[in-house]
Design a protein around this ligand. Structure first.
Ligand code: C5P
Length: 282
């Protein structure tokens, strides 16, 4: 077999534009209805051929993630039955509601498949790595249902847009946020999602939807509310909301210049926060 050579796979941040908690399964996992998109901000997973399976972590967020045997990159490689020398370039804040570990796991699965020239596994086969791994493996805008295994591509492409992501530097454990929910039987999104001709139309739709995890997350970490408000106050921000179980919040912008100006302004105003702007990935 020819040497496949090194492979580099981008692991984009996952953003829940909406996240409705509609029920709970007998095993405790929650049923969700979520409009999920990806931003041009993310980690990189590099894979070089090697006999043994190893992992090194580099990048600005590496200090927050010590190398351990249960790192999702290694778990993904084991699931794929692959060896190799992995380097995870960690740019996204850890445990912050934008996919991080799930995005890395999905990128590692892609890297293994590319190195071996084999097909990607089915969503159900990667769900055991984490509820958000199937959606991250899809890597494009979808309506996500069930605990994360239901992936419905959007009937119409989303308009072009920009996301500004801001994390106020608090870690909120996902199980604690789910536990603090007041109700678990909230309404889903409309059965059929409308076609969004403009980003303003998308923002209008989003304004009538929710992230049900936002109130319990803000109860645990009130700074999330301030983070959301800081994004919402930026010129050109059409809507600001928390993603996933937090603490990262996103602002949606139609205009690249406004998004980059918001990124610069927030970085200056809140040097302790992680702030990054990126295009909405089609
Ligand atoms: O699957 P993952 O490891 O990402 O989930 C972390 C935790 O979040 C789970 O242990 C569970 O407490 C909670 N969770 C949930 N319902 C989901 C996804 C996650 O209750 N759909």
């Amino acid at each position: 077999m020819p040497d496949p050579g090194p492979v580099a796979v981008f692991a984009p941040a996952k953003i829940n534009l909406t996240l409705h908690v509609t029920g709970q399964r007998a095993d405790g996992y929650h049923l969700l209805d979520s409009l999920v998109v990806f931003a041009d901000v993310g980690d990189w997973v590099h894979l070089a051929p090697a006999d043994r399976l190893t992992l090194a972590i580099t990048g600005p967020q590496a200090a927050a993630l010590p190398v351990s045997d249960d790192n999702l990159v290694l778990r993904a490689a084991r699931l794929m039955g692959a060896g190799g020398s992995f380097t995870l370039e960690k740019r996204l804040p850890v445990a912050s509601g934008i996919g991080g570990g799930s995005a890395d796991a999905a990128a590692a699965v892609r890297a293994c498949a590319a190195a071996r020239g084999c097909a990607l596994p089915a969503a159900a086969d990667v769900l055991a790595l984490g509820a958000d791994v199937p959606v991250c493996l899809a890597g494009r805008p979808v309506r996500m249902t069930g605990v994360g295994e239901g992936l419905e591509p959007l009937a119409h492409p989303l308009p072009a847009g920009w996301l500004v992501l801001a994390n106020p530097g608090v870690a909120v454990p996902t199980p604690a946020v789910f536990r603090a929910l007041a109700r678990r039987d909230n309404a889903p999104m409309p059965g059929v999602l409308p076609q969004f001709g403009t980003l303003a139309a998308l923002a209008g739709f989003l304004n009538a939807q929710r992230n049900d995890l936002e109130p319990p997350a803000i109860q645990i970490a009130p700074v999330i509310d301030g983070c959301k408000a800081a994004l919402a106050a930026q010129p050109g921000c059409l809507i600001a909301r928390m993603s996933g179980s937090g603490a990262t919040c996103f602002g949606l912008f139609a205009d690249e210049r406004a998004a980059l100006a918001a990124e610069t302004a927030l970085q200056a105003a809140q040097p302790g926060w992680w702030v990054a702007a990126g295009a909405l990935r089609p």
